[in-house]
Design a protein around this ligand. Structure first.
Ligand code: FES
Ligand SMILES: [Fe+2]
Length: 436
């Protein structure tokens, strides 16, 4: 990010801190229908139209580091195997044998130059080609092995991070990410290693869990000791991007004691990503990568929280920490701590416990007659924009009217458009006039 962009964003954060109402021209966010969190019909649309069409975080190259390495992955439902091919290319396939559907690999991780189904030993190359069928002569003479390879799933990488997409027609990952592709360049995705990856089951709809990480309105109330010293919610600047992505950017409160920030934010022994610029070093910035990844990005970590719907009312939360190689130090793990009740076990860190504490109760409330609709403030606009994107991904006309959100946040409030720039200049002009 260049110096003028940094200066512009700093000025906008200060402007957010001074404003006394939502910015002029910002649309009124209409109540969102409550049933978006409880309707089986809406959930089915999300699964089919959003999770089958979006780029999804699948893993890190450290999990399949060498040619021949493979890993199972089933966070999106279907059984998938991610394979580091003998030719160096990382691919994803349904872990489904083309003979009678047995799983081709049955361990979570492994390494082999061929993938062999254990049922009748059909054998595939690491590029998915079927190359071995025992008793081949007993199949019809025109049995064409070349069209019975493993069924591929789109698989692309952002540096070391592996994404998959079930939609053969989907745009490439780079295009999907849009401006984030370049904005994230300073976080060294091609050098960060996988330090920790854990998952926990939550008793609430995936959006309930995720939205706790998509606004800073809650920070002073549920994170008074943990996040509040690092983030000034008043000076938070939200930016919406195309395809449903978004960013929050906020400086620490003016009252924060620098030593306190350093103690939380600059842990000894962890290597800094030198290429990270001023905002990543001095502010908290967190990105939503639509649909289910939220990650603060800083000069120490790329630590995504990834939210997987496992049913209408349950979620698997993945807590991932990626960082530069930590050498002989213990691997950093931003989101989990040792669980004293089980040897080697991990539990969610205090911040994550704070964020997830209400999930189950919220879900229960949402299923009661008392939960009518969701009013959102300007500060919570990232949540509204996320819901607009869900509906757009599903196809607005295919969302039953009683479940739909109105598409009120338009392109004029989406990157690269920034109406707040004009409001800021207007303010500067007015104060110049007043001084004259
Ligand atoms: S099901 Fe895989 S070889 Fe028969
Ligand atoms: Fe939070």
């Amino acid at each position: 990010m260049d110096a003028s962009e940094i200066a512009r964003l700093k000025a906008l954060m200060e402007w957010e801190g001074r404003r006394t109402a939502p910015p002029r021209g910002f649309p009124t966010l209409l109540d969102m229908p409550a049933a978006r969190y409880t309707s089986p019909e809406y959930y089915a649309l999300e699964k089919e139209r959003v999770f089958r069409r979006s780029w999804l975080f699948a893993g890190h190259i450290d999990e399949v580091p060498e040619p021949g390495c493979w890993m199972r992955w089933h966070n999106a439902g279907d059984p998938i195997v991610i394979v580091h091919g003998m030719d160096g290319v990382v691919r994803a396939f349904y872990n489904t044998c083309r003979h009678r559907g047995a799983p081709v690999v049955t361990e979570d991780f492994g390494k082999s130059s061929r993938l062999m189904c254990g049922y009748h030993n059909w054998t595939y190359k690491t590029d998915g080609t079927l190359v071995g069928v025992p008793e081949r002569q007993d199949f019809p003479p025109d049995f064409d092995m070349s069209c019975r390879g493993l069924i591929p799933v789109r698989c692309e990488r952002l540096g070391n991070v592996i994404f998959v997409n079930f939609d053969d027609e989907a745009m490439p990952l780079k295009e999907w990410m849009g401006p984030l592709w370049d904005e994230w360049a300073e976080f060294a995705f091609d050098r960060i290693r996988l330090a920790a990856r854990h998952s926990f089951d939550l008793q609430c709809n995936w959006k309930v869990a995720m939205e706790a990480n998509m606004e800073v309105y809650h920070v002073p109330f549920i994170h008074p000791e943990t996040v509040a010293p690092l983030v000034d919610p008043k000076r938070n600047l939200n930016t919406m991007y195309p395809n449903g992505h978004a960013r929050m950017l906020a400086p620490p409160p003016r009252t924060t004691d620098r030593e306190h920030v350093r103690a939380i934010d600059s842990p000894p022994g962890w290597k800094q990503i030198e290429s990270v610029g001023e905002l990543g070093r001095t502010c908290t910035q967190s990105y939503t990568l639509f649909p289910n990844w939220v990650s603060p990005l800083s000069n120490y970590f790329v630590p995504p929280l990834v939210f997987w719907p496992t049913s209408l009312t349950t979620t698997r939360l993945e807590l991932v920490t990626m960082a530069l190689d930590w050498g002989d130090e213990p691997a950093p793990d931003l989101w989990t701590v040792p669980d004293d009740t089980q040897p080697g076990g991990r539990q969610m860190s205090p911040i994550i416990l704070e964020d997830t504490q209400f999930g189950e109760a919220i879900q229960k409330s949402m299923e009661s007659a008392a939960f009518k609709s969701v009013p959102l403030s300007y500060q919570e606009a990232r949540i509204y924009s996320f819901h607009q994107s869900l509906d757009r991904m599903i196809g607005v006309d295919d969302v039953p009217e009683e479940l739909r959100v109105e598409q009120v946040i338009g392109e004029e409030w989406t990157w690269p458009n920034e109406p707040r720039d004009a409001l800021l200049s207007e303010e500067a002009e007015a104060s110049r006039d007043a001084a004259e």
